[in-house]
Design a protein around this ligand. Sequence first.
Ligand code: IMP
Ligand code: MG
Length: 173
Amino acid sequence: MKTVLTKEQLDEGVSRLAAETQEFYLGKPITIIGVLTGSIMLVADLVRRVDLPLRIGFVQASSYRGTATTPGELVIKLETLPDLRAQHVLIVDDIFDTGHTMKGLVEMLKKQEPTTLRTMVLLRKHGRKEVNLEPDHVGFEIPNEFVVGYGLDYRDLYRNLPHLGALEPHEIG
Ligand code: IMP
Ligand code: MG
């Protein structure tokens, strides 16, 4: 497996995202909504570097992929979501690939009438976007490769890698 981003590079990217968050919200209380399961590392590392009154919630989104590269139907589970009405909400996900997951989440969470709703991703894959939505905060732009580690999985493995690696085409189905 090839290394795409080292532990040190990820650390620097998360610090940059934390600084952006703090500058953008200027002391206002925010609610961070992590997208399970891929965002757990980012959320855990991010929130410790953001000096704002903040709440944390999670939502589960899965796109039941037939293969690693073709997204399937998006299923969003809202059971674990806190009340978002009149909150400044920031959705945090691991990766923006086609963008269907983020777009679906934005549409779903808007219904709860947050005061503001913004989006953050650690990674944005180059040349894959299929929706008319841009993430507001992006840690890194990466080439179109299937990546794992730092929360991201292939068939539920590799999430615990401290760096980001790319699987070779013959390693993914
Ligand atoms: P999208 O809906 O196509 O933007 O895909 C977003 C979701 O697909 C992410 O939340 C990830 O769970 C998953 N995903 C997309 N690309 C990768 C990848 O390279 N590695 C691991 N998961 C990925
Ligand atoms: Mg995901």
